[in-house]
Design a protein. Sequence first.
Length: 432
Amino acid sequence: MRISVVGSGYVGLVAGACLADSGNAVTCIDTDEQKIRWLEDGYLPIYEPGLEDLVRRNVRQKRLAFSTDYASVAKAQVVFIAVGTPPGDDGSADLRHVLAAAAEIARHLREYTAVVLKSTVPVGTTDQVREAMARLTEAEFDVVSNPEFLKEGAAIDDFQKPDRVVVGTASERARKLLAEIYAPFVRTEKPILFMDPRSAELTKYAANAMLATRISFMNDIALLCERIGADVDQVRKGAGADRRIGYSFLFPGVGYGGSCFPKDVSALIAAGRETGVDLEILKAVEHTNRRQKRALVDKAMRHFAGAIAGKRFAVWGLAFKPKTDDMRESPAVEVIEGLLGKGATIRCHDPVAEAVAEKHFGARISYAETPYDCVEGADALFVVTEWNQFRKPDLTRIRQSMRLPVVFDGRNIFDPEAMREAGFVYYGIGRR
Ligand code: NAD
């Protein structure tokens, strides 16, 4: 099948590469000329495990191409829209890029095409896009809602082996095309759930809001643990063992970040506000998350009795989670800004996010090539992202390199007992 994917970011590039890999002829389009130039030269503008190989292989086998031009849309049977939907000033999703992409697609349509909204968009956007496009083209088309559920860091696996595919359309023609496209990815009896577009649009927000709720809930329980002398790890295991609850997304930490949970929770609250539904649970979820992003700085303030100015701190992890370089809404930003604001000096290490961090912080912080270089002479270590390579360090070496043996572990990756035995003053989240 001929497919165009508009927007070549984390979602569009992964979707485009996976769809090419399953035998389709795919063109990934982006308005960012530098991004397209990099891709044409064989470089990836983002870090995602396995993506570079997948992209190169499919380019070599001539199933995947890149362009700043929408010309490929004219011959495509299916066009995916995977552009960003950042939060607007009032928290609602900003549809500017979606509508610009839809208008450009409409201008290039020739024959019947299924236009598929993969971007996360508020309920009613599928209708809105259809109406906007109908004003610009005589060609036949359907607009379909097909939200994406992939996770950065495991995006290829998630796209190729999804728990489910959600497709919102009333069109039989579009339904057949989407069923054909996704057939290679649902061979293990995972369902393609066909539904109406509004329900499909809301499904994406409901799923992300539920996951964010579990995280904030556990962060509240973690705070309670600290105050009443319980251990959140034991509580998590005990509660998660109940099959109705399960273990996923019950890890306390420094709050959720990334390009999805924060903006999708606030967009859902905004949608509620516009329709007269007060989504109080989600407001509390946001409130807890804001508090949690400050947790490490608050602990440091207490430990150093407010005397943070002039201290040298090491920070492990910059991205919002491991195996990605994405720093959008990363708790690390909050932690680092909080410490800088109190006059500390910061040295960071992240296996892949340094280039992205440099754009954000410039020369306000410095970078170390290894976790060990990072802690050299530090007055405390802050662990913000739970990269696997941070989990089992040589504690003696770290203890000897640091000026003061203090660790604020925002992801509970260390064993508190082992840390104390190694001579550290250790602070976790929700631990005794
Ligand atoms: P991104 O910022 O990485 O990529 C978006 C791309 O769209 C950019 O490269 C940008 O240059 C391009 N673009 C913007 N306007 C354009 C236009 N008019 N024509 C062509 N290209 C244009 O964003 P992302 O993280 O891939 O997210 C895309 C959408 O998918 C969002 O709605 C997001 O909520 C949703 N989503 C993201 C994830 C994730 O993990 N990142 C997961 C599921 C869903």
